[in-house]
Design a protein around this ligand. Sequence first.
Ligand code: FAD
Length: 410
Amino acid sequence: MAEAGPIHIMGAGLSGLAAATTLAKAGVEVHVHDVREDSGQRFDGDFQALENWSMNADFFDQLLEWGYDPKEFKATEFNVVDLIHPDDEISKTHSPKVAYRIVERGTSEHTIDQGFKRMAIAAGANLHYKSRVKEEDCQIIACGPKGTSAVAYGEIFRTKHPNHIAFQLNDKLAPGAYSYLIIIDGVGLICTCLWRKQKGTERFLNETIAWYQEHYPDIDMEPIKRVGGKGDFTINKNYFQDGRFYVGESGGLQDFMWGFGMRMAVWSGHLAAQDILGNCNYETEVRKQLMPYVKTSVSNRFLMNRVGDRTFKRMCKSWMKNQAKKGDGLIWIGKLFRPTWYKSLLYVAVSPFMLKKDPKAMGRGVRRLPFRKAKKRDLWEQSESAVKIGERWDQVRRSGGRTSFSENSD
Ligand SMILES: Cc1cc2nc3c(=O)[nH]c(=O)nc-3n(C[C@H](O)[C@H](O)[C@H](O)COP(=O)(O)OP(=O)(O)OC[C@H]3O[C@@H](n4cnc5c(N)ncnc54)[C@H](O)[C@@H]3O)c2cc1C
C-alpha cells in the first residue's frame, strides 16, 4: 500500500484520470498535475481505436466493472474494416461482435480525454493544469511517453464520405508498421506509423495520402490540420518502486507491436488505485494481468522487425483464409495478440537483445525498444501526386492550418 495522505498523480491523461476517479470515489484526497493546459491537449483531435480483440471480455464491460462510464465520451463502434494488402488488394474483415471503437483524443467535449476528466471531477478529484511537479513528490506517475520508439502522424480533413475504416500493411508507406484511414461523421484522418526512424518524414504522410486518394477517390479531402505523436515501449524491472506506481505508457504498459495502448493505460490506472485502496498488489496484478500481453507484443514486434511486404501479404492472406473458415475476422487478429507458450519463450530469448537500458530511469531498470534505423529501401522519391499533397498542405498551413506534431515532443 502507498503511504496514507493525499495522493498526487503526475499526468492527467487516461491512466492518471482513471486512477484519480477510482481513488476520489473511495473518498481519498487526490491531486492530478499536468504540464499542459488541459487533458487530451497532447493529441488535438486525433482519432484512435479502442481495440476489442485481445481478450474475450468487451472493453466497455471492463470499464463498467471498474466503475468508469463509457457514455461519458463519444465512441463509434465498428465490426468491419478494409484490410489493404501490400500489393494494394483490398479485402473486408468483419466480425459479428464489436471489433473496435473509434474515439477522439483532445480537448473537445466528446473526446475520451474529456470524458475521463469529467468522471474524475465528478468523483471529487482536484485537477491542476499547467502544473509542474517532481516525480519524487507524486505517488502515481502517469505522464505518457518519455522516450521515442516509434512515431505516427496524420492529416485531419473534412469529407462528405460516410463513416469508413481502412487498415493498410505496407512497408514502404509505413516502415515496419501500418497506415490507416478513419472517417467519422464528416471528419477523416489518414495516418501513417513509422517504426523506423526517417529523415524528411513528411514524404511518408504525403505518399500515404496520395495512395488513399487514388484508391478511395470519393473521399474528397479538405485538409484541416496535421497531428501525431510518439510511442514509448519499455519493459520495467519494477512497476512500483520507491513508493511510486508507474502506470500507462510511463510504465511501458503498451502494445509493442502496433501501439494500441489506451486499454492498458486505463487498466493500469485502475489497478494502481486498487492497490492504494488496499484491494490488490499492483506489481503482482500488472505481472499477472497485463505483462503477458505486453510480452506477447514484444515477441510480435521482434517478428515484425524481421519482415517486409512479402510476409505482410502472407499475413493478410492467412487472416482472410481464417475469416472464411470461421466466419469471424476477429479470431485471427485476437490470436495474434494473445499470449501463448511459444511467444513467452521467444520473449525470454529475444528481449535481452532487443531492448536497450535507459540510464535516466531513476534506477528503475527500464529497457526501451530503440527507434530503429532506416533501411535502404526507405529511400525513394515522392510521386508527383504526393508532391502535390505536400503543396496542398503548405497552402493550408500558410492560411492557418496547424501541425501539432514534433518528433521532439510527445
Ligand atoms: C499518434 C498516436 C496514435 C495512437 N493510436 C492509438 C490507437 O489507435 N489505439 C490505442 O489504444 N492507442 C493508441 N495510441 C497510444 C495511446 O495514445 C497511449 O498509449 C495512451 O494515451 C497512453 O495513456 P497514458 O495515460 O499513459 O498517457 P496520456 O494519455 O498521453 O497522458 C499523459 C499525460 O501526462 C502529461 N504529462 C507529460 N509529461 C508530464 C509531466 N512532466 N508532468 C505532468 N504531466 C505530464 C501529458 O500532458 C498528458 O496529459 C496512439 C498514440 C499516438 C501517439
